[in-house]
Design a protein around this ligand. Structure first.
Ligand code: ATP
Ligand code: MG
Length: 667
């Protein structure tokens, strides 16, 4: 999905319910949803799921979706968060129109509802302490006991409640409670708390109030005030639904709309290798374990945006994970997959050398510069455009692309060996220059073959690999921030020693000496680029400026975590490795060469359906692989090769392997 119109939604139990309600003429056919964040932190990708669901439903049904701040806790809420929430929803591509509300603007009406409940004998002022209230509530196996204040008269309750509001009592002296059932099997229904006394300045209402309603009271009644029809929330509110129904049904005569709203719960999104609770995200920010709410390693919308994620990719992700009733944890590789799918067909390719090594072409005339043609897109991306890349005697290549003693299977440059420089010539390494003091290689002395201009030799000789490069004099310095997962473990929230112990120390590597080809900056080609053979990058919207370029890595071209595990897996089946070991190590897997990557893109349309059908037909093996038994990869490979063979092809196994592991995601 690369345009801004939300695509056809999938079916799920909530959409089915809404369709049934409409067919039955419920709510007069109206569909009104709301997204109700509390302004006590920034939105994260879990919220994106809820936003896509609520706004999506409204769009699909010609209805409306309100953006409402559920702001009943003065101590934790701030205006800064309100603005970040609006920005996040807008960035995701949704529009609340005129329907932007604050629950705190309903305080007068909520107060009137509470008074009405008192009049009806359905609410009372309770003067037990917090501890006593807890003790009286009973347990899951034992019923609670009635508060000694439960039988206060209506007059006494009205008087006390009015004086609570007037500020006559200290904080915590009294609460207002629903008079429901202290023996209810649902503990939430044991006389729930509706109001508390709290002297704190509210970011929106200032000091107008010293009593504040609780979520359980404010939420259903705010829904009812706004004429919400379908109130969707996450599963942890399942038991609160009884209070919701009790309130809107008890007060139904006083509500502005005849049919009260109904609450439906769905599973919250959890994502591997990250945290999704605002409280914990706040802790990361406050303790400066990250750079701020928009740190590109955070799953906040602000962080994802600054990292370079597109709203389209996030919406696509939310659609693919769907909406279900059972909690689960989604593999972060699915999010990365959606991102690559979105970026691949639209992002120009350029060359950037992250860790430069100087390469001098001895037989190239000093002072000569050639402008070589290079397309911005590979063959299978139906987009036009190319740029000129300056080539000269002194170049930079990637330090990793040279090995003085090449290990087996190393297809790049080493002494005496010839490789192709992308869009340019073949070069051969004749000698290396080392720093006499440290022994570090500081320069490669090479020769080039002028007959190989454009990248092929008239005599048909082959080279093992193709490298990206930039011209030393023409390239621009750039700071590159390589972001990786913030945590080393799949579920940092479940770690016994707390999440801090499993922060990934390599989650950010800042490279200050990188060099980028001039076209990447001059041509206004866009803020997102693919650095060939490296990944997708985004010009940092805050720190990058002319003269000091900064690019963030959005995502590498492939999932190096999955590849690493696969490399570590011996051929013979072995017990699965403990999860904690599956962390990227320094030694990088042999990456696909540029040709291979291009080849992969070319065969993708044919190969992908084969891979998908194999994965669908062998879901047990897929489960086992994802559960850590990476040995089954060989079996799946064989199935793909066999099926591809039946239709007459024999794809390169290395490419099949790459596509398969990409589709499987990290085990
Ligand atoms: P957190 O637990 O991260 O602090 P929250 O539920 O307190 O989140 P709210 O501001 O109350 O945050 O959330 C607004 C809406 O977003 C609620 O309807 C909530 O159910 C939904 N939501 C929050 N987190 C998720 C999630 N991980 N997946 C899906 N929906 C979510
Ligand atoms: Mg909440």
């Amino acid at each position: 999905m690369s345009d801004t119109t939300p695509s056809t939604p999938g079916r799920d139990f909530i959409r089915d319910m809404v369709a049934r309600d409409r067919a039955a003429g419920k709510y007069g056919g109206r569909v009104v949803t709301r997204f109700p964040p509390e302004p006590n932190g920034y939105l994260h990708i879990g919220h994106a799921k809820s936003i896509c669901l609520n706004f999506g439903l409204a769009l699909e049904n010609g209805g409306a979706c309100h953006l409402r701040l559920d702001d009943t806790n003065p101590e934790t809420e701030e205006q800064e968060y309100v603005e970040a929430i609006q920005e996040g929803v807008r960035w995701l591509g949704f529009d609340w129109g005129e329907s932007f509300f604050y629950a705190s603007d309903y305080f007068e009406r909520l107060y009137d509802f509470a008074v009405e409940l008192i009049r009806m004998g359905k609410a009372y002022v309770c003067s037990l302490s917090e501890d006593e209230i807890r003790e009286y509530r009973g347990t899951v196996t034992e019923p609670g006991r009635n508060s000694p204040y439960r039988d206060r008269t209506v007059e006494e309750n009205l008087d006390l409640f009015a004086r609570m509001r007037a500020g006559e009592f200290p904080d915590g002296a009294h609460v207002l409670r629903g008079k429901i059932d202290m023996a209810s099997p649902n503990m939430k229904m044991r006389d729930p708390l509706f109001y508390r006394i709290k002297r704190a300045t509210h970011y929106h209402r200032g000091d107008a109030w010293c009593i504040y309603p609780f979520y359980d009271f404010a939420h259903p009644l705010s829904d009812a005030i706004e004429g919400i029809t379908h109130s969707l929330c996450t599963l942890e509110f399942e038991n609160n639904r009884d209070i919701y129904d009790w309130l809107v049904d008890t007060l139904v005569e006083l509500l502005p709309f005849p049919d009260p709203p109904r609450q439906t719960e769905f599973a919250r999104l959890n994502l591997t290798y990250t945290l999704m609770s605002k409280r914990k995200l706040l802790e990361l920010v406050e303790r400066k374990l990250v750079a701020g709410w928009d740190d590109p390693r955070l799953p906040t919308l602000a962080g994802l945006r600054r990292r370079g994620f597109t709203p389209e990719a996030i919406r696509d992700f939310c659609e693919r994970i769907g909406v279900a009733k059972a909690n689960s944890t989604v593999d972060v590789t699915l999010l990365e997959h959606c991102l690559r799918e979105d970026l691949n067909p639209q992002v120009p390719r350029v060359m950037c050398v992250l860790r430069p090594l100087k390469l001098v072409i001895e037989n190239y005339p000093e002072g000569q510069v050639e402008e070589l043609d290079a397309p911005f897109y590979p063959h299978d991306v139906p987009k036009e455009g190319s740029r000129k890349v300056p080539f000269s005697r002194v170049l930079y290549i990637e330090r990793d692309d040279f090995a003085e003693q090449p290990p087996k299977g190393f297809h790049r440059l080493s002494p005496g060996r010839e490789v192709r420089l992308r869009y340019a010539y073949f070069v051969r390494c004749e000698s290396v220059v080392k720093d006499p003091a440290s022994g570090e290689i500081v320069e490669l002395r090479c020769t080039y073959d002028p007959a190989t201009r454009g990248g092929s030799a008239p005599d048909g000789r082959k080279v093992p690999g193709t490298l990206h490069w930039v011209s030393a004099d023409h390239s621009l310095p750039v700071e590159v921030r390589l972001y990786d997962r913030l945590f080393k473990v799949e579920r940092p929230d479940l770690e016994e020693g707390g999440f801090e112990a499993c922060l990934n120390p390599e989650s950010l590597e800042v490279l200050t000496g990188s060099r980028i080809e001039p076209a990447a900056v001059d041509l206004g080609v866009g803020e997102r680029l693919q650095f060939e053979r490296q990944g997708y990058f985004f010009r940092d919207p805050v720190d990058s400026r002319p003269g000091h370029l900064v690019f963030n890595r959005i995502v590498p071209l492939r999932d190096s975590w999955a590849l690493e595990v696969q490399k570590q897996t011996p051929a013979a089946p072995k017990p699965p490795e403990p999860k904690a070991l599956k962390v990227k190590e320094e030694k990088a897997p042999e990456p696909l060469s540029t040709e291979e990557l291009e080849q992969l893109e070319r065969i993708r349309p044919e190969l992908l359906p084969v891979v998908e059908s194999v994965l669908a037909a062998h879901s047990n093996e897929v489960e086992r692989y994802r559960g850590g038994q990476t040995g089954v990869l060989g079996f799946l490979m064989a199935q793909v090769m066999k099926q591809a063979g039946q239709s007459g092809g024999r794809p390169n196994p290395k490419l099949v392997n790459a596509m398969l592991t990409r589709e499987l995601g990290a085990p």
